[in-house]
Design a protein. Structure first.
Length: 460
């Protein structure tokens, strides 16, 4: 139990250093917490999507006549029912263009297997699933691309509607960082060390699948019970997609049931709310486990290629990094992740010459999005493996190679941010002490204080 008394007020001055109970901890361990699947409302309907069975195709028609014959069928939604059908999740922070369909219109392309084409609302989940199974789609299947290098090659199937398979950053096909003269750095180096690092997509696999329930209120508002991780993000996107003022929407969060970055796709809430508007009844839209695994966003697959110019004493004088992040069929959060990657791709090291290109690449895979440190996690892994390779090549231990290159206060990062509050050197020293590694005296004497004029050959 907590040392903190229930009748003692919680203030910043009396909680530091104490163990406090989580406000949802007791409900978690007793099974009393209320999740989306636990809620029910009188007259509640169930929504399921008719999804594309192929990775890339032009939608030429939708036939729901057999679906309408299913006992319990209530209504269907198609692209024409969605007031603002084309959106992008990051439009709220000015990231354009709008590119993703809420429901794919006839004549347009589905771009990944499982993309939503029509929504069916029924009295029971079983009836909704049966009606979905009876729907017939007229699809003109198109060539698809699933590999990032292939997607960037001339003649590749085009996923986007603007004609190439990269997100555009201020007119460029990649997010660029240029600092110093990287080619001159390579020319002066004693060693050139290269590495390529790859990561596969990772599904978040939340215990509770993505879902929500939209409930019409007597006052004309709609209350949405949702397990989104981003409550206001989802509310604002729903407001835009449905073209209703935000004060007509009331979003209630609570238990997320596991998210790790994956519950930010903002698609279940607009569709459930639109169905509630059309039917005047509560509507539940919850992914099955199969949908969660196939449809919800994953962590991006990545390819990171690093080329380093290194002096004989281990100093890195040039670093070139090219990173590819597969956003799948639609960008979602990945353009932002690539920007974070570009800002961190040189690592916490003082390198005079840096070249970074970060690509957000479109393929016909399931769209990707956020997952714990996205844009930074894989890059950090790749860089630290690269540092170990450098140490091996020049004959130094991994501790020394990092300390000799660690940035200090006052250094300039490649994106021209002055380093402040650096503690990398002290952290490495503490880690070495913790595991019983005795560093050389000159390494133990190093600090993150700003660099002074140093004599030729001094340890940096």
């Amino acid at each position: 139990m907590s040392e903190h008394s229930a009748d003692q007020p919680v203030t910043p001055l009396n909680v530091v250093g104490r163990s406090l109970e989580r406000n949802d901890g007791l409900g978690h361990v007793t099974g009393r917490d209320i999740y989306t699947a636990d809620r029910t409302f009188p007259g509640m309907l169930h929504l399921k999507l008719v999804r594309s069975p192929v990775h890339h195709a032009r939608l030429r028609g939708i036939d729901l006549r057999e679906s309408e014959k299913v006992p319990g069928y209530v209504a269907a939604l198609t692209a024409g029912d969605v007031p603002h059908n084309l959106y992008t999740i990051l439009g709220l922070i000015g990231v354009e263009p709008e590119e993703e369909w809420v429901l794919t219109p006839i004549g347009e392309r589905v771009r990944f297997k499982g993309e939503g084409v029509a929504a069916i609302v029924a009295e029971t989940e079983a009836a909704a699933l049966e009606a979905v199974a009876r729907a017939r789609l007229d699809l003109e299947e198109l060539p698809a691309v699933f590999d990032m290098d292939e997607a960037l090659a001339p003649g590749a199937p085009v996923v986007t509607h603007w004609g190439n398979n990269t997100f555009m950053y201020e007119g460029h096909e990649c997010r660029r960082v240029r600092f110093g003269d990287v080619e001159a750095g390579f020319a002066s180096a004693d060693h050139i060390i290269e590495g390529e690092y790859r990561a596969s997509p990772i599904e978040h696999a939340p215990v509770e699948t993505t879902g929500c329930i939209a409930v019409p209120d007597p006052n004309g508002r709609f209350t949405v019970y949702t397990n989104t991780q981003a409550l206001y993000f989802s509310l604002d996107n729903t407001s835009i997609i449905l073209q209703v003022p935000g004060n007509r929407l009331r979003f209630i969060g609570g238990m997320v049931g596991g998210g790790f970055g994956g519950k930010v796709d903002v698609i279940v809430e607009p569709l459930a709310t639109l169905a509630a508007m059309k039917t005047g009844r509560p509507v539940r839209f919850v992914y099955s486990r199969a949908e969660e695994m196939q449809i919800s966003s994953t962590r991006s697959p990545e390819i990171i290629r690093i080329k380093d110019g290194v002096m004989a004493d281990g100093r890195i004088v040039a670093r070139k990094v090219v990173g590819l992040m597969d956003c799948g069929a639609y960008s979602r959060q990945t353009p932002y992740a690539v920007t974070k990657f570009a800002a961190n791709a040189a690592g916490p090291y003082n390198i005079a010459n840096v070249w970074i290109d970060g690509y957000c690449v479109y393929t016909n895979r399931t769209p990707t999005s956020a997952m714990r440190g996205f844009g930074v996690t894989m890059g950090s892994f790749a860089l630290e493996v690269q540092m170990d390779k450098i140490a091996e090549r020049v004959g130094l231990d991994p501790w020394t190679i990092r300390l000799r290159n660690a940035y200090r206060n006052g250094d300039i990062k490649p994106h021209r941010k002055v380093v402040e509050d650096a503690t990398l050197i002290e952290t490495i020293q503490a880690a070495a002490k913790l595991v019983g590694v005795e560093l050389a005296p000159e390494l133990q004497a190093m600090t993150s204080a700003p660099r002074q004029a140093e004599p030729e050959g001094a340890v940096r």
